[in-house]
Design a protein around this ligand. Structure first.
Ligand code: ATP
Ligand code: MG
Length: 331
């Protein structure tokens, strides 16, 4: 089983990324060949500072290693190191429908939030994302709920390619966790917790200090009612129930029964304690790993060499199938 996923080095990674994606990456190392990519080329689709991009890339690498990705057991690399991604992106654009791209809700959401330029990179994002996965003939893609539509499109692109040019690419399946696939902003429980938008107070960062994490969770927006259960108008409480069940590895039903009759204050206190405990080892390990940038580069470099080997093979097949470049065997 080949498992592929990408994560952006923009901003600071948060609890939603951790529960929805990173913890799945770590777990997937037990099940198959994991390939994980830090997608710096996606990060440039919104305004950014070049020097900061590099810093955040190291931050993200160190977070992934601290979370438990083991470069001996998986491939961890930086997207821009493997140029096959961008070439494949262009080749796939020939079988990507403009109308489909127009329907992507992430583009609609993110383009509305831009104050200046709405880049065409933001519009083209799903094609590059398709290239990321299809270059490795990935079979499974662990992601959060917000990426469902992009995976559907990627499947459509692979299907259309295979129909037009012959069976070459693999249609990947998404793997969206049952609990915690869409962690919401603590201050606005109708929007997802996000790296590039969302409020500081409403976002628990993986690297936040324990006191800060506790404070954010204890001041999460709830409702004027009572009762720790999900339901109409209870998005804030439902989000906290999701968070607690995800970090404990239990279910929302179990959390509801446990806190039946409890007040919001006690419940929030329990969530805060559980999240602090959940993230503490990652933060400690991160502090050990992050200063050694040469070692981080070494890991990424090794990962890129392994990734390139796989991606190059796919590109040979794709070019051959599409009639691009000299026929195989003559160059
Ligand atoms: P942005 O909002 O700028 O797109 P992001 O927070 O979504 O940033 P990404 O690097 O794009 O960060 O996403 C990495 C992974 O985290 C993806 O698999 C995505 O589906 C997942 N993810 C993102 N936000 C959440 C969330 N709130 N809850 C659960 N999973 C999430
Ligand atoms: Mg995202």
């Amino acid at each position: 089983m080949r498992i592929f996923s990408g994560i952006q080095p923009t901003g600071r990674k948060h609890l939603g990324n951790y529960i929805g994606a990173i913890s799945q990456y770590v777990e997937s190392q037990e099940r198959g060949e994991g390939i994980f990519c830090i997608v710096d080329l996606h990060a440039i689709s919104v305004p950014y500072e070049p020097a900061e991009l590099r810093e955040r890339l190291y931050d993200t690498t160190a977070i992934l290693l601290a979370a438990g990705l083991d470069p001996e057991r998986c491939i961890l690399f930086r997207q821009s190191d493997v140029r096959e991604h961008t070439e494949l992106c262009w080749l796939l654009s020939a079988v990507t429908s403009h109308g489909d791209l127009n329907r992507m809700t992430q583009f609609k959401d993110k383009s509305q939030k831009q104050r200046e330029l709405v880049s065409s990179a933001l519009f083209f994002y799903p094609v590059l994302q398709a290239a990321d996965v299809l270059a490795y003939r990935g079979e499974e893609v662990p992601i959060g709920e917000d990426q469902r539509q992009h995976i559907e499109l990627m499947r459509e692109i692979a299907r259309r390619f295979n129909e037009r040019f012959g069976e070459t690419l693999v249609e990947p399946d998404h793997r969206i966790p049952e609990v915690g696939a869409r962690i919401m902003d603590l201050q606005d429980p109708t929007s997802k917790m996000s790296t590039t938008s969302g409020s500081e107070q409403g976002t628990v960062y993986v690297l936040d200090e324990p006191n800060r994490i506790a404070k954010k969770l204890k001041s999460a927006v709830t409702d004027s009612g009572a009762g720790v259960h999900r339901g109409e108008g209870k998005e804030g409480i439902a989000n906290l129930i999701d968070i607690l069940s995800a970090v404990r590895g239990s279910t929302p039903d179990a959390v509801e029964s446990e806190f039946e009759g409890s007040g919001y204050g006690d419940f929030k206190g329990a969530v805060a304690e559980a999240v602090v405990e959940y993230l503490a080892p990652v933060r400690e390990r991160y502090a050990e790993l992050r200063p050694d940038e040469r070692e981080l580069e070494r890991v990424l470099d090794q990962g890129a060499a392994n990734a390139r080997e796989i991606a190059m093979g796919t590109l040979v097949d794709v070019r051959e199938a599409m009639g691009v470049g000299p026929p195989t065997g003559t160059s």
